[in-house]
Design a protein around this ligand. Structure first.
Ligand code: NAD
Length: 496
């Protein structure tokens, strides 16, 4: 069985803990690799390598860092397909989707090439007679990123591009379910000219996470994953004095007003609900149908489902691949039992969708109608190809529903009424809002983050917030007086 190991100090380092985890090809349902699960001691080795590399990297000129990031940008661009194929083989999503993931990750490297401009401070001349004040932003030191299975290349790029551009040394702890892409990224980072030890990958599970959370040399943690773990990371990391941004789970609502174009709304709901088999933190999982739009909308969504091609991600005919593991598939399928038992209508049952072969973690697309807020299918983040439809009488009920939900990642409104959309944008409690856009993931020069239980911490990820997160501010007050004018003055410093 092929092994996936660590990348420490610019080279491949085989694991020595004796612990490994299985990596599957979800389309075949078989194990293809073993991933090394590091011990706390192996984490310490990576932190040491990062700490040793930090001093030289932070002294490297901004132009040189930018130059290296330009080279990394080109390398990732050239290896798009290879990275995409690794994602598809271990995550299951279709290749076009995996390459879309790489493209969106690449935006973050492109943004980070602008670090000379992005990290500029401020300067105020003559704040007092002969005195100037200026602010500079400096890197934190060793920083770590802990990432989820559903974006094995993009989410690491959300983090490390800005982190290393700002002069930090970075340790990535990828998801143990699909760690392959992280190793190819590490090779490319090294090939681009990032000095050894500035970018490290430590494979593993909670043993690695816990050591990173308590290691005194690790100054900041970026996390993306489920809400219970995000909360734990935030609470534990901050308790150990670290800067933490922890992005959690989601339950994204798409509100459809009665004036919306039904076909456009149905296309959007199907694309955003079932793309990547619903394993996206910005997937639409609840359609909120306002007033009499519900019946025609359910009909239009249901009509589109039988034609969806479900099959292996590497097959260009496939539009949706398998789920990541059998265990996850079983959990997702359990809602197809519990929701009807709790009163929902199962309009389309993914278990009956035409299957590809007998193997693989495949589940077809499901649609639940008449879902209410008490049902498990509404309350839980299903993270699979199950779309729920909740019927509400008015716009005000729809907004109340979204705002009462404990998650606040993304949300969208579908309408032809600009005033209603403007009001929604003003009133809704979520970090990312789409107007006739079902998955409003911000481009790389804005920042990504939810509200409520979808994010713990106060900075969003990547974009300007990323630069802020990975640097600390220093403010310098300076004067160069004529020594002849110097005198003792015990008064409080004056500016006027
Ligand atoms: P997860 O929380 O199970 O795992 C995320 C990371 O945490 C992995 O690296 C994992 O090894 C580690 N981890 C898991 N259990 C741990 C524990 N007990 N202690 C310490 N570390 C632990 O999430 P996942 O299943 O890999 O990813 C799916 C989840 O991520 C969904 O909830 C999804 O909404 C969320 N997600 C959120 C965003 C966002 O931007 N808000 C983006 C992508 C995914």
């Amino acid at each position: 069985m092929e092994r996936i190991s660590h990348w420490i100090g610019g080279k491949l380092v085989p694991g020595e803990s004796g612990r490994t985890g299985p990596v599957f090809d979800p389309a075949a349902g078989t194990q293809t690799h073993e991933v090394d699960l590091a011990s706390a001691g192996e984490v310490d080795v990576a932190v040491e390598a990062a700490r040793d590399a930090f001093a030289g990297w932070r002294s490297t000129s901004l132009s040189r860092r930018s130059d290296i990031l330009f080279r990394l940008r080109d390398l990732v661009d050239r290896h798009r397909r290879e990275i995409g194929a690794l994602i598809t083989q271990q995550h299951g999503k279709v290749l076009s989707d995996a390459m879309g993931e790489v493209a969106r990750g690449l935006e973050n490297i492109e943004f980070a090439t602008g670090v000379p401009h992005l990290s500029k401070g401020g300067f105020s001349e003559q704040v007092s007679t002969g005195v100037d004040t200026y602010s500079i932003r400096q890197p934190l030191g060793v920083v770590a990123g802990i990432t989820p299975f559903n974006f094995p290349a993009m989410v690491p790029m959300w983090m490390f591009a800005n982190a290393i551009a700002c002069g930090n040394a970075f340790i990535l702890k990828p998801s143990e379910k699909d760690p392959g892409a992280s190793m190819l990224l590490a090779e490319l980072v090294t090939e681009a000219g990032v000095p050894d030890g500035v970018f490290n990958v430590v494979q593993g599970d909670k043993v690695v996470v816990n050591r990173l959370l308590e290691h005194p040399e690790v100054r900041a943690i970026s996390f993306v994953g489920s809400t219970p773990i995000a909360r734990y990371i935030y609470e534990t990391g901050t308790k150990h004095g670290k800067r933490v941004q922890a992005l959690g789970g989601a339950k994204n609502h798409m509100v459809v007003l009665p004036d919306a174009d039904i076909d456009m709304a149905a296309d959007a709901a199907v694309s955003a609900g079932y793309g990547s088999a619903g394993e996206r933190c910005m997937a639409i999982s609840v359609v909120v149908a306002v007033g009499d739009v519900a019946d025609p909308l359910v009909e239009a969504i249901a009509a589109r489902l039988p034609a969806l091609q479900i099959g292996p991600g590497m097959d260009p005919e496939s539009e949706m691949g398998p789920l990541v593991t059998q265990q996850h598939l079983d959990k997702v399928a359990s809602y197809l039992e519990s929701a009807p038992a709790q009163g929902a209508t199962l309009v389309a049952d993914g278990r009956r969708h035409e299957r590809y072969g007998d193997a693989g973690f495949f589940l077809g697309v499901s649609l639940l109608d008449h879902v209410t807020t008490e049902m498990d299918a509404y309350r839980d983040e299903i993270f699979g190809p199950v779309l729920s439809l909740v019927r509400v009488p008015t716009y005000a009920d729809a907004v109340r529903l979204v705002n009462d939900n404990p998650y606040g990642n993304g949300t969208a409104i579908f309408t032809r009424d600009g005033g209603a959309a403007r009001r929604f944008q003003f009133e809704v409690e979520a970090g990312m809002v789409g107007v006739n856009v079902p998955i409003p993931v911000p481009v790389g020069y804005y920042s990504f983050g939810g509200w409520k239980q979808s994010l713990f911490g106060d900075t969003h990820m990547y974009g300007p917030d990323g630069i802020h997160f990975y640097t600390k501010q220093k403010v310098v007050t300076a004067r160069w007086p004529d020594p002849g004018t110097s005198a003792v003055d015990l008064g409080f410093p004056r500016t006027r």
